[in-house]
Design a protein around this ligand. Structure first.
Ligand code: ADP
Ligand code: ZN
Ligand code: ZN
Length: 732
């Protein structure tokens, strides 16, 4: 058979593929891109199969406009991973594939290193450059820049030479442009270990030997507190893999928080290292993608989406801080990068290492049940001491902007000793709400079920949910009083209080607001390390991956809100934050101290965490989960839906519920919960509901959804309502 039809997955929200005619002379490949007509538009899609049969009459089929790739974009293990992810996370294949490629490829750009535009001096240009005649300084700058040889157009622009001046000088015949294909040079011949390595301790040696033992799939949980030498294990594990010419992929939660780690990889190996993160522009992203595929990078360190990078010869995947919430994508393809990393490693038949001081309960469960190998580092490498910690019962204590008097006294002691203090709070802005002192009225966003947050810097009220802003009101909208006060504690209010309490010390606030500008996070971190600030206020962002040797006191100001939360994962997250910050305090040889303010010091999980450690806490939490039939002992999927008419959404979900309950898969082991209003039941004027599915196994859950989905799509209401499925949701 000569296939004359290509089945193409297109980036459209439909769970199907489309048939196109192959014209003579066209040779599309499976896994390669084609440009095809779709309605009035031309779309870029991926060929999924080639056939000579279509369910549609041939004369209705349109021909492929252009074949864009002569080879598949992905290796077969990566392509099957993407296909698997599309089906597991219930997201259309065409959209999944489009998500997994750089924007430029999505737009149809050639999948190879772009040819570079270079500038060089002509013979007369050389004379001009050598002559001492004074001329226009900008032209002089161009000539000087090219004196030593060819320079790329991009590099010249980076030196503040603009395109107009280049064409002026070119018109004079002094310079000319040439195009050059960048030479692809493998890094392997230059491979070398470029620094002296520390002597490994026994646990490190055991861990490294286990991972490197065989050249096959295996999943390793590397559990060890901060400073126990996990990164050193990664470095040692990588060495023989790189030496064998294979590449390594390292996933991290946030790139801006790990510059020291990245530098350690750069220092250790003479291997090109590429980073991939949300700060890259389209060209950089494309270059990084190509660096992996064309073997121009030996190590790629990146956030979540780096998982989809193609590699010429991938040898290992490392997922650092595997418990981190940022590995879960919250929209479109709602994948979990840690889980997909394990899946990819198994497809590629390579080892995967999951590192954490506080493994996710799911991961711990997999390790305890023998699915993953469990490796532990129980001691701190180097001579740093473990931090002391204590609970501070704040019942009945007067809190000044969230600070109790005993805590303020501790802070003073640490600051006077020349150390730094770190305070954690989970709210942004000046305060979470504005309250009327006379009648108790609270300023509320009219579009959401949420209180406005007062931002002191801008003097505005901002709804954190729908992002609307309005000026601060002068009077209570209920009684007309002018006695409006901000209640609760936000980072800005705390900051102001600290300036009053500790006028001799400088305070810095690290949160999404203060680090919005590109590079500002890095600058702050540098300033903190240089001791330009003594008091650090942060949200979880500050807890991730920092190494501040002079921080000796850490306080969690707001433990209770995490402890008493509807989301069954909230205590786990609190425990992870606590261990993370306890691990940072008192590095180097300074003893550290962690203080938790709570109204409930007797809470069982808190007690386990504080006095017996994370593993005991995890054990207790896992037991609770098992009794409550919660993950990892069951599997969840969350359906979310929203529309302007609340009754309509509820009605839709009642019908959906009916579909799930009438399924052949439905049994007394499966459960449908809801429909319930979402935690934030109104956002931007739309009503949001959710429906939770629970099943005893992944397979049951998948079957259940796969059978139900086509029936849901046929519901007339499904077209009026925006709805989605989140398989294994992280936030309930
Ligand atoms: P983690 O990644 O678990 O936080 P690191 O690998 O960063 O731990 O190790 C913490 C510190 O101890 C680093 O400064 C590292 O260079 C050092 N270190 C790690 N392993 C050893 C070792 N075996 N001997 C001496 N120092 C070590
Ligand atoms: Zn009032
Ligand atoms: Zn709002």
């Amino acid at each position: 058979m000569t296939p004359n039809i290509a089945k193409v997955a297109l980036p459209v929200p439909l769970d199907k593929q489309f048939d196109y005619l192959i014209k003579t002379g066209q040779s599309p490949v499976i896994g390669g891109r084609v440009k095809v007509p779709f309605g009035p538009k031309q779309l870029v899609g991926v060929v999924i199969s080639l056939t000579d049969h279509s369910d549609f009459p041939m004369e209705q089929l349109k021909p492929i406009t252009a074949v864009l790739d002569t080879a598949p974009l992905w290796s077969s293990p990566l392509f099957s991973l993407l296909t698997w992810a599309s089906s597991y996370y219930q997201y259309p294949l065409g959209d999944t594939l489009a998500n997994a490629m750089p924007t430029l490829l999505r737009k149809g750009r050639e999948a190879s290193a772009a040819s570079l535009k270079m500038w060089q001096l002509t013979a007369s240009g050389q004379e001009q450059a050598a002559s001492t005649l004074s001329r226009a300084p900008r032209q002089q700058q161009v000539l000087q820049a090219l004196r030593r040889g060819k320079v790329s157009h991009e590099d010249l622009l980076a030196e503040d030479i603009n395109a107009a001046i280049l064409s002026t000088v070119a018109k004079k015949g002094w310079i000319e442009s040439v195009t050059e294909q960048p030479t692809l040079r493998p890094w392997q011949p230059d491979f070398a270990v470029t620094e002296e390595k520390p002597r490994l301790n026994e646990e490190q040696a055991i861990a490294i030997a286990a991972v490197n033992a065989q050249d096959a799939f295996g999943c390793y949980l590397l559990e060890g507190i901060t400073g126990s030498g996990k990164t050193e294990v990664y470095l040692n594990v990588l060495e023989p893999i790189l030496a064998a010419g294979k590449q390594a992929l390292i996933l991290v939660p946030e790139i801006g928080l790990t510059p020291q780690t990245i530098n350690r990889f750069r220092r250790r190996f003479n291997v090109p290292l590429q980073t991939i993160h949300s700060g890259l522009n389209d060209n950089e992203r494309m270059a990084a993608w190509l660096a992996g595929r064309d073997n121009q990078a030996g190590i790629i360190i990146g956030t979540r989406s780096a998982l989809f990078t193609p590699f010429a010869n991938l040898g290992i995947i490392i997922v650092d801080e595997e418990h981190d919430g940022s590995y879960k994508q919250q929209d479109t393809l709602r994948y979990h990068a840690r889980d997909l990393a394990v899946m990819r490693a198994s497809q590629e038949r390579i080892p995967v290492v999951l590192g954490s001081a506080t493994p996710a309960l799911e991961t711990l469960h997999n390790a305890k049940s023998g699915k993953y190998h469990h490796l532990t580092l129980s001691k701190r490498a180097g001579q740093a001491q473990a931090a002391r910690h204590g609970v501070l019962d704040v019942k009945g204590l007067y809190l000044e902007s969230g600070l109790s008097a005993p805590l303020i006294a501790r802070m003073r002691t640490h600051l006077q000793a020349g150390n730094q203090v770190m305070l954690f709070l989970n709210r942004r802005g000046f305060s979470p709400a504005v309250i009327c002192h006379e009648c108790g009225w609270l300023a509320e966003c009219k579009r959401c079920d949420a209180y406005y947050t007062f931002h002191q810097q801008s003097g505005e009220l901002r709804c954190h949910h729908c992002a609307t802003q309005r000026p601060m009101m002068h009077q209570c909208e209920q009684c007309g009083s002018t006695q409006l006060n901000a209640v609760g504690v936000g980072t800005e209010q705390l900051e102001q209080q600290l300036a009053t309490l500790f006028p001799d010390y400088r305070t810095v606030r690290i949160d999404r607001d203060s680090t919005r500008r590109k590079g500002s996070l890095e600058n702050y971190l540098e300033a903190i390390r240089n001791n330009e600030y003594q008091i650090l206020i942060g949200t979880q962002m500050l807890a991730k991956g920092h190494h501040f040797p002079d921080v000796t006191l850490v306080a969690l100001l707001d433990v209770d809100s995490a402890l008493f939360c509807n989301d069954f994962r909230a205590p786990e997250r609190l425990a992870q934050l606590f261990i993370q910050v306890a691990g940072r305090a008192g590095r180097a040889s300074k003893p550290g101290e962690v203080v938790l303010q709570t109204h409930h010091p007797e809470h069982a999980l808190l007690q386990a965490l504080l006095y017996k450690g994370y593993d005991h806490f995890a054990q207790g939490a896992l037991t609770e989960r098992k009794q409550a039939w919660l993950p990892p002992f069951t599997y969840l999927a969350l359906l979310r839906a929203e529309a302007n008419d609340s009754a309509l959404v509820e009605q839709f979900f009642q019908q959906v519920r009916g579909i799930f309950e009438n399924s052949p898969v439905y049994s007394d082991e499966t459960m449908v919960m809801g429909p319930n209003p979402a935690p934030l039941s109104r956002r931007a004027g739309r009503y949001r509901w959710q429906l939770l599915l629970q099943a005893p196994s992944r397979k049951t859950l998948q079957q259940w959804i796969s059978i139900a989905k086509p029936a849901i799509q046929l519901l007339p209401l499904a077209k009026k309502i925006r709805w989605s499925i989140d398989v294994e949701p992280q936030d309930l």
